[in-house]
Every structure is written in C-alpha cells, then in structure tokens.
Design a protein around this ligand. Structure first.
Ligand SMILES: Nc1nc2c(ncn2[C@@H]2O[C@H](COP(=O)(O)OP(=O)(O)OP(=O)(O)O)[C@@H](O)[C@H]2O)c(=O)[nH]1
Length: 368
C-alpha cells in the first residue's frame, strides 16, 4: 500500500474530515508533549510517579478514543461539532486531573484550558465555545474548591481563589476574542462565496448572448483565435469551415409583428440551429440577426449539408400571430479556411458570400 492510500485509510478522503483529522493530529501531538513533561516531572520526583503514569494512560486512551470519534463518528450520525465538543470535555477532564496531581506546577497546567478554548473556535460556533468555556471554568472551579476545602495547607483558599479569578478572566477574554475572529472568518467566507458568484455572472455576461444564450461576438472571437492556435500548434490540420447566417427580411418581422415576436424568432432560430450541430461546432450571435457558425474538422460539402439541415428545421418554425405559410428563411455565406490564412480572412470571405446570397434572392447558401 502506497503512502497516499495509507493516508486515505487513516484519515479518510473527504476534505472536511481530513481537516478534522489534522486538528486531531495537532492536539494529539500537544497532549503527548504535556504527558511527556509530566512523566518526566514524575521521574524527577516533582510529582507522584504513579499519578503521572495514571494520567498518561488516561490521555493515551483519550487520544485513541478521539481518533475513532472523528474518523468514524460521521458513520454513526455524530456531527463534527458533537465530536469536537466531546474532545473538549475530555480536554477539560485532563486539565482537572493534571491540576490535582501536579502540586506546585498546577498553575502552569491551566494553560491547557486556553488550548481547549482555541481548539473549540475551529470547530464550534462562538456561542457553543462560550458554553464550553463556562463548563471548563465550572469544572476547574469545582476542582479548586474541592482541594482548598480538603487540603487547605497545600491549596490555600486565597491562592486558589486568585488563581481561579485570573484563569476565568483570561479564558473569557480569549473566548470573546476568538469568537470575534470566528465571526470575521465567517464574514470573509461569505464574501468569498459572493465574489465567486459575481465572477460567474461576469464570466457569463462576457461570453453569452443574453437573448439567445449562444456565444456572443466577443467569445466567438476568442474561439476563432483558439482554433487558429490549435492548428498553429502543429495539430493535423483538417478543414475549418465558417458560415455566416442572416435571417431574411427580419426588419419586416419586427415592423409587422412587434419587437417581442422578433426576439422570439431570434431565440427559436438559435435553438433550431443548435439542434443540428455537433458538440465541437460553435454558433454565435455575431450581430442583430446575423449568426456565425464555426465547424472545425469539417469539409465544405459536410458543412453545406449542416447549413441546409438548419434551413429545413428553421423553415418549420411557427410563431403566434404569424400566418402559417410565413416561413422564416435565412441567407448564408459558407467557406472553408484556406491553408494557414487568418480566420478573420475566412470570416470576411463568408461575409462576401453572404452578401451574394442576399443579392441573388435570399433563402440560399453561397459557397465561396
Ligand atoms: N427584435 C429584435 N430585432 C433586432 C435585434 N437586433 C437587431 N434587430 C433588428 O434587425 C433588423 C435588421 O434589419 P436589416 O439589417 O434591414 O435586415 P433584414 O430586414 O433582415 O433584411 P435582409 O437582411 O436584407 O434580408 C433591424 O430592424 C434591427 O433593429 C434584436 O435583438 N431583437
């Protein structure tokens, strides 16, 4: 099994789960350092060795338990927030235990509570973090109270009281500050999502014709340049055909039936033409009632067949308010790219052919 497969097995493949596993790894490393220090203090006789080993075993079991909780929790319906809250409660219990066995070092163990608070801000909402901080303070307060009541010689009430007040002040401040940071992060995330949506809209506006949903002229120019690059890059060059299609007597349609019907004709024309194209063909609205069709890797005869298929389909279109015998027709100029000429020159030739189609009676395709 390769390292990637092993990592997937241990930490899952889903990005959110992997992030939670990463937090687990970081906290596990921190616990290991704490436990290592406490065990060392036990070896040096600063604290009871048996107590230190007991806490080390409890922490090790907690690390394994947390791993299973995060890795497998989702399978049993446990939300990541639930897993994080349980880990935080475990962290608080470690803190209570550490405070109780570390004698003169106990003040330093209170730093652990800060770690729990900061950990929560990554996985929980600010209110939930505040609630867990309150639980942590209550738990530590109870621990301190119990010790000063049962062993006032080693846990002087005044020292315990002051220590508690300092700890409560600090952890509340940290909770509130990290809460603000969380809100800021959430705001940034929302802004990022808004920007992505706005960018999507801008991209659509820049490339799509609003009325027909075809590519617009700007996008078509990009596609022409891309097609030029494709051939320029030494790809086996087959024919690229360009056709310009222009609806006949469109002004009449607008004048007689209104602009809305004119728009409807444009939309239906686009839909009908698109239905006859392959995936690689590109149809764009080139101007008012003029459309540019690019057919890559297509011989002239095949391109002509496509344009005539479009003509047959367009002729079947019917519009409300228009007599059934009033057919929509279009004129077209079609040409194949010659050698390595710029596609702009091919388009110009198609334009001239279109002009000929118009002047020789319309409803026809002239091949240049
Ligand atoms: N409804 C509608 N009309 C448009 C749109 N864009 C351009 N037009 C109209 O299309 C008409 C084009 O008219 P002409 O260029 O004279 O062409 P034609 O009437 O089709 O004549 P031939 O091309 O010579 O057959 C103009 O009246 C434009 O106002 C649009 O988006 N919607």
């Amino acid at each position: 099994m390769g390292p990637a497969a092993l990592s997937r097995l241990l930490f899952g493949a889903e990005p959110k789960l992997r992030r939670m596993m990463y937090y687990w790894g970081a906290t596990a490393a921190l616990y290991t350092v704490f436990v290592g220090l406490l065990t060392d203090a036990g070896e040096r006789g600063l604290i009871d060795r048996g107590d230190a080993l007991g806490l080390a075993a409890y922490t090790a079991a907690g690390i394994v338990g947390s791993y299973l909780l995060v890795r497998l929790g989702a399978r049993f319906g446990l939300a990541p927030t639930g897993a994080a809250a349980l880990q935080a409660v475990f962290g608080i219990s470690c803190n209570m235990w550490a405070y109780s066995i570390t004698g003169p070092l106990r003040g330093a163990t209170l730093m652990g509570l800060m770690v729990v608070v900061v950990f929560c801000t990554f996985a929980l909402r600010p209110r939930q973090t505040l609630a867990l901080t309150a639980v942590g303070l209550a738990a530590m307060g109870a621990t301190m109270w119990w010790h000063q009541a049962h062993d006032p010689l080693h846990y002087p009430p005044l020292v315990e009281g002051l220590t508690f007040a300092i700890m409560a002040g600090c952890s509340m401040t940290v909770t509130l500050l990290t809460g603000e940071a969380s809100k800021l992060r959430a705001r940034l995330k929302a802004q990022k999502e808004d920007l992505v949506t706005a960018l999507d809209t801008i991209r659509t506006l820049a490339t799509v014709d609003e009325l027909t949903a075809l590519s617009n002229r700007r996008h078509m120019n990009e596609m022409l340049a891309q097609e030029e690059r494709r051939h320029g890059a030494g790809m086996p060059g087959r024919d690229t055909c360009i056709a310009l299609l222009d609806i006949d007597f469109f002004k009449q349609i607008n004048d007689r039936h209104g602009h809305a019907t004119g728009d409807e004709v444009l939309r239906s024309f686009a839909q009908a033409a698109r239905a006859e194209l392959r995936a690689g063909d590109v149809l764009a609205r080139w101007g008012g009632e003029e459309f540019l069709l690019m057919l890559p890797d297509t011989e002239e005869a095949a391109a002509l067949a496509v344009v005539e298929r479009i003509r047959a389909r367009v002729a079947l279109l019917q519009f409300e308010g228009m007599a059934p015998e009033r057919r929509i027709s279009f004129s077209a100029g079609l040409t194949a790219r010659r050698g390595t000429e710029a596609l702009a020159d091919t388009v110009n030739r198609a334009d001239k052919a279109l002009y000929q189609a118009k002047s020789s009676g319309r409803d026809r395709t002239v091949v240049a």
